[in-house]
Design a protein around this ligand. Structure first.
Ligand SMILES: Cc1cc2nc3c(=O)[nH]c(=O)nc-3n(C[C@H](O)[C@H](O)[C@H](O)COP(=O)(O)OP(=O)(O)OC[C@H]3O[C@@H](n4cnc5c(N)ncnc54)[C@H](O)[C@@H]3O)c2cc1C
Length: 392
């Protein structure tokens, strides 16, 4: 098969690796607009379950990824300066750039061609010249926009603002910190991803953003302002920028995930499928964007294990993967809404806030939390004044 891939992020590279590993005769080319060392952001998180999936899909890259990991089992919630730890979770962090380098190297070993600094502006010729065009070109996918009549995307720009920094203060756990200020409530999502650096994402609602006056501030002033808001949490360390800008989260769904090609002599060519963030997004508060992108790649490759007929494999991909994605997006949606309404929860005591946060997506209930960390649930039950909450 001849496969063209637009986008050398986790989705595009991992799909290329798995397909080439399955059959070295596949001709696979990735077109990536960035250079091999460019990246956005800082670290990404994987759960223990995702790691098991990556291990069975490709041992060598799994070994390299886990060698570069920072692992932890606690979620820490900081509210009114008090830290509540919830143990029994399994997460690991890795620098996004490190992950990309591991996948690049694996592509090279297997003979996948990556064309760096190759921004695709015209899709037709790439599409016509292959059996399958994979659009792994991220959240603002050009392919999705170009063929919106085929994919019928549903896009929602969310009201909250967020900005993605790094810091050399190490957060030993997935840490959710809330700070109430005269401008409003700021939430920080942070975790270490190597031995010297943590990701530090700040999120606030539009009212807080406007009251703080960020529209008038330079990047430097924004960073200084937020370092001041979280000074106690950062232990006086500055926030590090990587061209960090305020963004609004874009929620992406697509009614159709692929469309079929044109007849060229004896076969159909030019099938197009979306993968990763181009296909769907899930709010970063459940930390699953990279996981979903890589598991999409696994799922699509498994459909090609079942059949080499491209339309049949693409149809199967949508059948098996869509329910999984819909379930994730539903949980991520609840979590996103929670953070959009965070100011309504600030009256809660720290342990109550921690409990509400841990159960916000609907995927974790009290009994599963009790199994993870009985002491935390006992602490919550002893301290909670909300009788109604004890009836579930
Ligand atoms: C604030 C924030 C925090 C996050 N935290 C986490 C986290 O903790 N854990 C986690 O798992 N995920 C996290 N994510 C999500 C994660 O970054 C993405 O979901 C993941 O990278 C998706 O992979 P992808 O390959 O689909 O897309 P991307 O990683 O976006 O890759 C797309 C690639 O396509 C390239 N490209 C785009 N257009 C073109 C073109 N026209 N021509 C050539 N190349 C092109 C881009 O340069 C890019 O390299 C976070 C996201 C945000 C915004």
């Amino acid at each position: 098969m001849k496969i063209n891939i637009i986008g050398g992020g986790p989705a595009g590279m991992y799909f290329a690796i798995l397909m080439k590993k399955a059959d070295a005769a596949h001709e696979i080319t990735i077109h990536e607009r960035n250079g091999p060392d460019d990246t956005f952001g800082w670290g990404v998180v994987f759960s223990g379950k995702t790691l098991a999936n990556l291990r069975s899909a490709d041992g060598p890259s799994h070994t390299e990824i886990t060698r570069n990991f920072e692992a932890w089992d606690n979620v820490d919630v900081v509210h009114r300066g008090e830290k509540i730890s919830i143990h029994g979770n399994s997460f690991s962090g890795i620098a996004r750039l490190r992950l990309l380098k591991i996948l690049q190297q694996r592509c090279e070993e297997l003979g996948v061609e990556i064309k760096f600094r190759d921004e695709v502006a015209e899709i037709e010729s790439l599409k016509a010249n292959c059996d399958l065009l994979v659009a792994a070109d991220g959240v603002n996918s050009l392919v999705r926009q170009t063929f919106e009549d085929k994919f019928r995307p549903e896009l929602s720009v969310r009201p909250n603002k967020y900005i993605w920094f790094g810091t050399s203060h190490l957060f030993h756990g997935l840490t959710l910190t809330f700070r109430e200020t005269p401008a409003g409530v700021f939430a920080a999502h942070s975790y270490k991803f190597d031995q010297t650096t943590s990701t530090f994402i700040v999120e606030c609602d539009p009212g807080t953003w406007n009251s703080a006056g960020f529209a008038e501030m330079s990047d430097e002033e924004t960073r200084a302002y937020l370092a001041e808001v979280f000074a106690a949490d950062l232990n006086g360390q500055p926030l590090l920028s990587n061209n960090s800008k305020w963004l609004n989260f874009l929620l992406v769904k697509n009614a159709h995930w692929s469309f079929g090609g044109e007849h060229d002599k004896l076969k159909f060519v030019g099938h197009v499928v979306l993968l990763g963030d181009a296909l769907h997004t899930a709010h970063f508060s459940i930390g699953s964007g990279t996981k979903l992108a890589m598991e999409d790649a696994i799922a699509l490759k498994e459909c090609f294990d079942e059949t080499s007929d491209v339309p049949a494999a693409l149809q199967r991909f949508e059948e098996v993967r869509k329910p999984v994605i819909e379930e994730y997006q539903a949980a991520a949606y609840e979590s996103m809404i929670w953070f959009e309404q965070a100011r309504d929860y600030m009256h809660l005591a720290p342990v109550e806030l921690a409990y509400v946060l841990m159960t916000r997506s609907g995927k974790v209930d009290r009994e599963s939390l009790r199994k993870r960390d009985p002491a935390f649930v006992a602490n919550y039950e002893a301290g909670s004044t909300d009788d109604a909450d004890f009836t579930d």
